[in-house]
Design a protein around this ligand. Structure first.
Ligand code: ATP
Ligand code: MG
Length: 382
C-alpha cells in the first residue's frame, strides 16, 4: 500500500522521524506500547497497548468513537501518536512512511475505482510498484481465485453486489503480499445475511494466509466472537479487556465489558456472609451464592453478572430467586423473560430460555422462580 495506492485516505501527516531504537524484545508483528493520540480537544487513544503476532487475527471491539479507526491509522502510519511507541515486525516504525509499511487495508466502503475493471482494481497497487506485466497477471488471477471471483475480472464494480465488491477490496489489499492486514468494519455496510457469509470467508482466508498478522475492527460483538483469535475490548481510547473470545464472553472484567458483551444481568450487592468458599449476597429479598471475591469482608459491596442464557426457569440451580414476571420478548428460537425480585432494592433479572420451555399462558404479575449456578456468576470491577 502507498499513499498513491490509497489516495482517498487523506489527512495523514508525515510520519515523524525518530532516533533509531533497538528492536522490540518480542517478535510481535504489530506492537503498540502506551500509544496516545490527541486531536485538538479529543484524546482518541489514551495509552493503548496491544500486540498482534504473525498468523493471528486480533479484533478491536468497542462502541463508536472509542478509537478503533484511530488505532488502525496509527499502525498504517497515517497518524503519528503524541505518545507511546509503535513497532512493526519488531522494529520501531515511527520513521517508516505508510507506503513502506507493507500493509494491506480494507475499509467499510469498498473504495474501488469505479472506472476500472475488477482485475484493474486488484492490479493497481502492483502497477504502482512496477511489477512486470506477466507477474501482475498471475497475481491478479491468484487473488481473484482466493476470494472466489475468478470469473469476474472483466466486470466493473457497479456490476457487482456489495459483498462481491468487498471481496475485490480484500483481493486488492492482499495482492501486494502484505504481512499485515488491517480491516476497518469491512462488513458493516452489508446486509445481515451477507455479513454472516463474508465473516466466514474472512475466517477461512485467515487460515489460508498463516504468515499474516490481521488487525480487524468491528463494533459487532458476534462478528468479533466468530472470527477472532483474540479480542481487544476498547473503551474511551483504552483497553478494557484483552482475551480469547471465550474469555471475553464468559469472564468479562468490568461492567462495561459485561454490558458490551450482552450480559445484561448486572447486580450490585453486599456480602452478607461467607460459606463453603462462596460469598452470600442479597438479590432483592433473596439470598444467593456467588464465587467469593479475593478480598471479601462482610458488608463489602460487590458487583456480579450472570448471562441471561445461564438463568433458567427451573428450580434446580443452587441459586433460586422468586420474583414477579413482568415482560417477555420473543427472539425466534429463544425468549427473554424478565422478572423483578422484590425487596428494599428490587433487582430485575433476565432469563433467556428456549422458546419451547416458555408457557405463553403466563400473565404479567405472576410469581416466577429463576435459578442459576454459582459458577456462572462473574464478579466484575464496578
Ligand atoms: N481527524 C480527527 N480530528 C478530530 N477528532 C477526531 C479525528 N479522528 C477521530 N477523532 C475523534 O477521536 C475519537 C475516536 O475516533 P475513531 O474514529 O477512532 O473512533 P471509532 O472507534 O473508529 O468509531 P466508529 O465506530 O464510529 O468508527 C472520536 O471522538 C472522534 O471524534
Ligand atoms: Mg471507525
Amino acid at each position: 500500500m502507498s499513499d498513491a495506492t490509497f489516495p482517498w485516505d487523506g489527512g495523514s501527516g508525515p510520519a515523524v522521524a525518530t532516533a533509531p531504537l533497538p528492536p522490540a524484545p518480542d517478535a510481535a508483528c504489530i506492537r503498540l506500547d502506551a500509544v496516545t493520540v490527541d486531536f485538538r480537544d479529543t484524546r482518541a487513544l489514551d495509552g493503548l497497548t496491544l500486540r498482534v503476532s504473525r498468523g493471528e487475527l486480533v479484533t478491536l471491539l468497542g462502541p463508536s468513537g472509542c478509537g478503533k479507526t484511530t488505532a488502525l491509522r496509527v499502525v498504517a502510519g497515517f497518524i503519528s501518536p503524541s505518545g507511546g511507541r509503535v513497532y512493526l515486525r519488531g522494529a520501531p516504525a515511527e520513521a517508516l512512511p505508510p507506503h513502506r509499511r507493507n500493509i494491506g487495508l480494507v475499509y467499510q466502503h469498498y473504495a474501488l475505482f469505479p472506472h476500472m475493471t475488477v482485475a484493474q482494481n486488484v492490479a493497481f497497487g502492483l502497477k504502482v510498484r512496477r511489477w512486470p506485466a506477466a507477474r501482475v497477471r498471475d497475481k491478479v488471477g491468484e487473488m481473484l481465485d482466493l476470494v472466489r471471483l475468478g470469473q469476474w475480472g472483466g466486470r466493473y464494480p457497479r456490476e457487482l453486489s456489495g459483498g462481491m465488491q468487498q471481496r475485490v477490496a480484500v483481493a486488492r489489499a492482499m495482492a501486494i503480499e502484505p504481512d499485515i492486514l488491517l480491516f476497518d468494519e469491512p462488513l458493516s455496510a452489508l446486509d445481515a445475511r451477507l455479513r454472516v457469509e463474508l465473516r466466514e470467508e474472512i475466517k477461512q482466508l485467515h487460515r489460508r494466509i498463516p504468515d499474516v498478522a490481521i488487525l480487524y475492527v468491528t463494533h459487532d460483538q458476534e462478528e468479533a466472537l466468530v472470527i477472532s483469535d483474540r479480542i481487544v475490548v476498547m473503551n474511551a481510547g483504552r483497553v478494557a479487556q484483552i482475551g480469547t473470545p471465550e474469555e471475553v464472553f464468559s469472564r468479562p472484567r468490568t461492567i462495561f465489558c459485561a454490558e458490551f458483551m450482552g450480559a445484561s444481568n448486572i447486580v450490585h450487592a453486599a456480602v452478607l456472609e461467607r460459606r463453603n468458599g462462596a460469598a452470600v449476597v442479597a438479590v432483592g429479598s433473596e439470598r444467593v451464592e456467588i464465587p467469593a471475591p479475593i478480598t471479601c469482608a462482610l458488608g463489602q459491596p460487590v458487583t456480579f453478572c450472570v448471562r441471561p442464557e445461564r438463568v433458567r426457569l427451573d428450580t434446580h440451580g443452587a441459586n433460586r430467586v422468586r420474583g414477579v414476571f413482568d415482560d417477555v420478548s420473543f427472539k425466534g428460537a429463544a425468549v427473554t423473560v424478565r422478572v423483578t425480585v422484590p425487596g428494599s432494592a428490587p433487582v430485575r433479572l433476565a432469563a433467556e430460555v428456549p422458546a419451547g420451555q416458555w408457557d405463553s399462558a403466563r400473565r404479567v404479575g405472576e410469581e416466577l422462580v429463576l435459578s442459576f449456578d454459582r459458577a456462572d456468576c462473574v464478579i466484575v470491577d464496578a
